[in-house]
Design a protein around this ligand. Structure first.
Ligand SMILES: *[C@@H]1O[C@H](CO)[C@@H](O)[C@H](O)[C@H]1NC(C)=O
Ligand SMILES: *[C@@H]1O[C@H](CO)[C@@H](O)[C@H](O)[C@H]1NC(C)=O
Ligand SMILES: *[C@@H]1O[C@H](CO)[C@@H](O)[C@H](O)[C@H]1NC(C)=O
Ligand SMILES: *[C@@H]1O[C@H](CO)[C@@H](O)[C@H](O)[C@H]1NC(C)=O
Length: 417
């Protein structure tokens, strides 16, 4: 007669081995790095329970406004930071990605332990698999994981990659995405408008197999900034379909949907800000004038050039374009979510609230039929290339040198990788 305990013992053994194998084979993409610069990245986070916007933000120590805007959630709702987001909602968390011991990772997140927390609950639930309990244990030199002091501040190392802010030569932000049991590589590629081949290249995969718990670097097409290296928001990069806030909440930038040129304008938040007017013009950051002439459309824009020493840098640019374009388009904003619709955060449908007149950013084209204050065209330059006209702080020489150095560094990194 067979021992009745054998099957359950075997089941237990098999499960243990499988669990151990899953832990061992759980992969994440490592990007070597060689300097101390940080860059911008995103984490794909799934809420383990209902949480306020401010609670999610404090889990990752990020700005709640930045968190909302990264997900194109309308911040004009009253008391939006205390809005309760539903369990299982998927959010993109904008983080700063450092270079630690030669690899890219985020180490600025700390978690304060609560009664009944375990390392695996913190790793698998609270941080939705973005970190493993072993990684938390190592990062905090915990010898006995069964004894966690309540109120202890733990470093939570989180995965991130930047790959020079480009993918196939185009600006991209990388989302660290935790593979779930319903995912396929084709599904992820489709959802993020990329290809299987690209995902395989970025993640150095030998095949299309992915396992639950793997962390993939998913490139999101983005709008890059070209602020000088000494600007505090140097390297700002905004994924298509979203917004970012910068310059002490004074400036809001958006990306898409019409093109992938970063568009920045004064934010609608009531904060006191330094001047946003372009020198020797009456234009403010974000203002554009267009004037049709026989040669084409003469476009003058007052652009945001970065946040330097607490001041907003502005730059007046002129360009000649084949034709005058329509008004600036903005990514559709969504209302703060109350329910999780399948894939709702992946492909937000244009919110009906927008047409109902929610205070989405407005864009103005100054009708200028008379003489324009500045009329310059770029001689010999390619059509549509902007020429810097007045720019008090930006130094084009330094900027292009920086770009060359970045490029060389990128080359070296690409070879290493
Ligand atoms: C940006 O996103 C919008 C909306 O998803 C899409 O229609 C558009 O093609 C995207 N633009 C680029 C250049 O990827
Ligand atoms: C910022 O301020 C510091 C000290 O006030 C000054 O040395 C530095 O040149 C300033 N940087 C720029 C880019 O203006
Ligand atoms: C310039 O931009 C500001 C801020 O967005 C806006 O309030 C103003 O109406 C614009 N001015 C013109 C002349 O378009
Ligand atoms: C790195 O980024 C710079 C600036 O965005 C770009 O010009 C260069 O081609 C990139 N290098 C690589 C190897 O992708």
């Amino acid at each position: 007669m067979p021992n009745p305990e054998t099957p359950s013992f075997f089941t237990f053994l098999v499960l243990t081995v499988l669990a151990a194998a899953a832990l061992v084979t759980s992969k994440s993409t490592i990007e070597p790095c060689s300097n101390s610069d940080s860059c911008n990245a995103m984490l794909g986070y799934t809420l383990y329970t209902d949480l306020k916007v401010s609670e999610v933000a404090s889990l990752f120590q990020v700005d709640p406004i930045a968190l909302l805007l990264a997900n194109a959630i309308d911040i004009s709702y009253p008391d939006v930071e205390n809005h309760i987001l539903p369990s299982q909602l998927f959010l993109k968390i904008p983080i700063s990605c450092s270079c630690v011991d030669g690899i890219r990772k985020s180490v600025s997140t700390h978690y304060k332990t609560r009664p009944s927390d375990t390392l695996s609950f913190i790793a698998d639930s609270i941080y939705s698999g973005l970190v493993s309990s072993d990684q938390i244990r190592e990062a905090n030199s915990i010898s006995d994981p069964s004894v966690l002091d309540v109120g202890k501040s733990l470093t939570v190392p989180l995965p991130c990659t930047c790959f020079n802010g480009t993918d196939n030569g185009l600006p991209a932000v990388y989302l660290s995405y935790v593979v779930s049991d319903v995912d396929t590589l084709a599904g992820i590629a489709g959802r993020y408008s990329t290809t299987i081949t690209d995902l395989m290249n970025v993640n150095a995969m030998g095949g299309t197999t992915i396992a639950v718990g793997d962390i993939l670097a998913v490139p999101l097409p983005a709008c890059a900034s070209s602020f000088p290296r000494y600007a505090s928001d140097f390297g700002l990069i905004v994924p298509n379909g979203s917004y970012a806030i910068t310059a002490s909440h004074c400036v809001q930038c958006s990306c898409g949907p019409g093109n992938l040129n970063l568009y920045c304008m004064p934010s609608s938040l009531a904060v006191s800000c330094s001047s946003m007017q372009c020198r020797s013009s009456n234009l403010m950051v974000g203002n554009v004038t267009m004037q049709q002439s026989s040669a084409g459309c003469n476009v003058i824009s007052c652009k945001y050039g970065g946040f330097v020493n607490g001041s907003i840098v502005t730059a007046l640019t002129t360009s000649l374009q084949p034709r005058c374009t329509g008004t600036q388009l903005f990514p559709p904003l969504i209302a703060p979510p109350n329910t999780v619709k399948k894939d709702s955060m992946f492909a937000p449908a244009p919110s009906p609230l927008l047409s109902a007149g929610s205070p989405s950013p407005t864009y103005s084209v100054i009708p200028s039929t008379g003489s324009s204050p500045v009329s310059t065209t770029t001689a010999g330059g390619p059509t549509g290339s902007p020429a810097s006209v007045a720019c008090p702080v930006l130094n084009p020489g330094t900027t292009s040198l920086t770009m060359v150095m970045l490029f060389l560094l990128g080359k070296v990194m690409a070879t290493m990788f």
